[in-house]
Every structure is written in C-alpha cells, then in structure tokens.
Design a protein around this ligand. Sequence first.
Ligand SMILES: O=C[C@H](O)[C@H](O)[C@H](O)COP(=O)(O)O
Length: 237
Amino acid sequence: MTATPPDPAAAFKQQAAIKAASLVQDGMAVGLGTGSTAKFVVAELGRRVREEGLRIRAIPTSSVTEKQAKEEGIPLTTFGEQPELDIAIDGADEIEPRTLNLIKGLGGALLWEKIVASAAKQFVVVADASKYVDHLGAKCPLPVEVIPFGWENVARQLGELGAHVTPRRNRDGSFYLTDEKNLIMDCVFGPMIEPEKLGRSILEIVGVVEHGLFLHMACQTITAGPEGIRILTPQQD
Ligand SMILES: O=C[C@H](O)[C@H](O)[C@H](O)COP(=O)(O)O
C-alpha cells in the first residue's frame, strides 16, 4: 500500500474549518460537507459536542462523512425529520471570489452536497486560499454525475458542449461510483464565461443527474492562507 503524502495546505484548511464551525450554535440543524477541509469541520463539531455539550443534529453529504460524524458522536437526522437546515458547511474545489460561485465534486459527493446546501438557510464554504480562481473552470474539471445506463451518449453530448470528457475511474481501472451508484464525468471546459448558461445546458442532457456548479448558493466563504483568514460574502452588481 502506498502512503498518502502529507497535505501542505492541511493547517490552513483546519484554520478555516475551526472558524466556520464557530458559527454553529446550540440547537442548530447542520449540513456536514465532504472532503479534506470539511473533515476538520466535522472533527471540530465533534469536539464541541463531546467537550462543550453542544446540541446539534446533522445531515452528512456522503457515506464517508456519515461514518466520521458517527465516530465523532454527532447525532444525525434526516430530511424526513428536518426539512430545513440552519447551516451547511462544506469545502470547494474552485471559488470565484466576486460571486462566490463554486465548482465542487472532485471528491465525488456533489449530488448529496447540493441537496444539503440547497436545504440550508446559510451555506458556508471553507477552503484554503489556493481555491480562488478568476473564472470557474480555470484549474479544475467540472464533475458531472450521470446514471450508468447510456453514459457513453451523455459523455458525447457533454463533449458537444465543449468539454474534454473523462469518466472517473478508480486506481484499479473500474468506474468510480458515487454514493448513489452513479458515474462521474470529469469535464474540462476551461475558464467559463457564462457558467449559468452552461449549467442549464448540462442539465438538459437526459441521463445527467447533477453537475458540480454551485451558483449563487454560498452566503460566505472562509478561507485561510499565508495572509491569514479571509471572509467573503457575494458582491452585489
Ligand atoms: O465532492 C467533494 C466535495 O465537493 C469537496 O467538498 C471538494 O472536492 C473540496 O474538497 P477538499 O476540501 O478536499 O479540497
């Protein structure tokens, strides 16, 4: 087994995560994100539950986060019991600093993440400062979740929208499967000028479940880097 190399941004991710976790108050219903930054949020909330007696109920955005939350002793709930969340805190792969538009899903959790974020009164994003881009798509592919049946045709149509499309695979060559047993198409579009239009076009393709563009959803981003913690809210045009 090969060891995972240490993450040079881990300390910044943790700083941003602890700051964001401080927004969570007693009695809140909380959406728990997925990824290497969100896991610090879950750890900090777990610490507060155990050491400070913080009372929260949470909905995780992936099976991985669900496992961590249970290990941390965070009580979980469902949308049946809790249709609206007070806050959701999650990571991001790219952040456009003016709008706080995001690309998410490099960890494969974009579908549950979008459901949780859209059920939250406040959607707060945590990241290290390397996630800022001038235009979404500048550094990352856009992950698109598609059902397995007919994926080849969906991939072709994503290509017609201008993407270079790669189905995500595990190290052993098998298809990567999401928590909903769907596939992910990683779509390199390059810098996006009109992400809203692109997002609508992607959703028109039959077989697409959801894409990783989170547009006009975040109310705040908390990032940390060598210059310290930076908190942004969307700029009004
Ligand atoms: O599917 C994964 C999620 O969208 C993550 O929140 C995103 O990939 C950021 O992950 P990380 O904090 O590990 O960079």
